[in-house]
Design a protein around this ligand. Structure first.
Ligand code: SAM
Ligand code: SF4
Ligand code: F3S
Length: 452
């Protein structure tokens, strides 16, 4: 079967994991659309079901097996046959080995092979064999594919793929390969095109955006990229993730000087103990991280800082953990993603024995969450009485009379829709909200002035 014979088939994609995977799904979706396929809202209606998988923690693995198996009990789609495809990081890690746990998979495609997904699916419709492609040397970049975005006012823009850091607990470098930067002009042109299409906010994506360009130019050029992208007319620039060891002074300068760069920085710390940071192979100490935070704050006062923290790294003692708590208190994060360490086979940390009982780790995790909640609450209090520009995303799930959107510091903001207004004309607009309530995870207030 040629890919044009996919014309008219319906597809459903379920995505697990990080923004990189979400964006890969947008590319897969764009490719299938260009073959004449139609996206549907549930696996029941779909001729093609695609799982874009994640293996960063064990829970993500387990969820895939459950969801894939549950497809077996679905009634056949109108076309009579359903093709199940597994892509993303588990596919890259396990390849054909996935078939040991899953017997209903027709296509397995790795993170480097998404440009071939339409051919593989077409072949599976044709011969009913399982088609596997997980070639890490595939030269075709996924970023050259068309993409299909759910929203027309904001977009993810990958600037690089892969990771060179090999943090000792992390599987990502093994499933995404080495750092590969996209050409500078290609990124700037893509953002220019997005601005023309009405996009107002972008998030530049990479596992370590601070080292953007090192493989192309011999030295990182992320600061320069921020400045160029800032000239395109885009109104809001976010970026993630930023590795502390590579956050250069010129990047902090560019963040402070480029008006479109939002006053927000995600800087994963992982642990507050220098001993654990060394075992994690993070290449900075607690003091170096805190010094970086001081320099960022000096240049960008009021910046919203967020982070990732792992609790229960093998051998973490109560003293190490207390260092994490004290660092989190000292920084005063606006937000943090907290994770319990999950052993990933094949990583160096998987070989370290850990005598710490699970209950101790869970109890530590709860203590950390409490510290983060307190700091997020304290951070939001600074905006009480302020007027913040909010990019409108839609209505609140709990109350359709309230609009919901994001501030430049990535805070969720709610406000009642003014009498006689519907959300329709507002999504993608920026409205000013005068804040009268500041809670841990959101601000709320009243809309003032006109949407723009
Ligand atoms: N490259 C990003 C960085 O270094 O900031 C992080 C990407 S990773 C997909 C997101 C987060 O998952 C990491 O920052 C880390 O906190 C967490 N993570 C990675 N491996 C983990 C593991 N084995 N167990 C628990 N959490 C893990
Ligand atoms: Fe994983 Fe570390 Fe790379 Fe982030 S920087 S993806 S945590 S190896
Ligand atoms: Fe998961 Fe792969 Fe992202 S392992 S976190 S989907 S890079």
């Amino acid at each position: 079967m040629q890919t044009h014979q996919l014309n008219g088939k319906t597809y459903f994609i379920r995505t697990f994991g990080c923004q990189m995977n979400m964006h890969d799904s947008e590319r897969v979706s764009g490719l299938l659309d260009s073959c004449g396929c139609l996206e549907v809202a549930s696996p029941e209606e779909a001729d093609i079901v695609i799982f874009m998988t994640c293996c960063v923690r064990e829970a993500a693995d387990t969820r895939l097996y459950g969801q894939c198996s549950s497809c077996k009990s679905l009634p056949a789609p109108p076309s009579g046959r359903r093709v199940i495809a597994v892509g993303g990081c588990i596919a890259q890690r396990d390849g054909a080995g996935l078939l040991t746990n899953l017997d209903n998979v027709d296509v397995i495609f790795g993170t480097h092979s998404i440009t071939h997904v339409a051919e593989l699916i077409a072949a599976a419709f044709e011969d009913r064999d399982t088609h596997v492609l997980c070639d890490e040397n595939d030269p075709a970049p996924a970023t050259s594919m068309p993409w299909h975005r759910a929203e027309n006012y904001r977009a993810w823009v990958p600037i690089m793929t892969g990771c060179n850091n090999f943090c000792s607990y992390c599987i990502v470098p093994y499933v995404r390969g080495r750092e590969k930067s996209r050409p500078f002009e290609e990124i700037v042109d893509e953002v220019t095109g997005l601005v023309r299409m009405g996009v107002r906010e972008i998030t530049l994506l990479g596992q370590n955006v601070n080292s953007y360009g090192r493989d192309l130019f011999g030295a990182p050029r992320f600061a320069e990229l921020l400045r160029e992208v800032g000239e395109t007319g885009i109104e809001r620039i976010f970026f993630t993730s930023s590795h502390p060891k590579d956050l250069l002074p010129e990047t902090i300068e560019a963040m402070a000087e480029v008006p479109a760069v939002t006053p927000q920085l995600h800087l994963a710390v992982q642990s507050g103990s220098s001993r654990i940071l060394k075992l994690m192979n993070r290449k900075y100490t607690r003091d170096q991280y805190l010094d970086l935070i001081r320099r960022v704050r000096e240049r960008i006062p009021g910046i919203a800082l967020s982070t990732d923290i792992i609790v229960g790294f093998p051998g973490e003692t109560e003293e190490d953990f207390e260092q994490t708590l004290s660092l989190a208190r000292e920084v005063g994060y606006a937000q943090a993603f907290t994770f319990i360490y999950s052993k990933r086979e094949g990583t160096p940390a998987a070989k370290i024995d850990d005598p710490t009982p699970r209950e101790v780790i869970l109890e530590r995790f709860d203590r950390l969450v409490k510290v983060i909640e307190d700091s997020a609450y304290a951070f939001n209090q600074h905006d009480l009485g302020a007027t913040v520009p909010v990019l409108v995303e839609g209505t609140s799930k709990k109350d359709a009379t309230k609009m919901i959107g994001k501030s430049p510091k990535n805070q969720t903001v709610h406000a009642p829709l003014p009498e006689g207004t519907t959300i329709d004309g507002l999504v993608g607009k920026i409205v000013d909200v005068k804040v009268d309530t500041a809670r841990t995870w959101y601000l709320s207030g009243t809309m003032v002035g006109s949407p723009r």
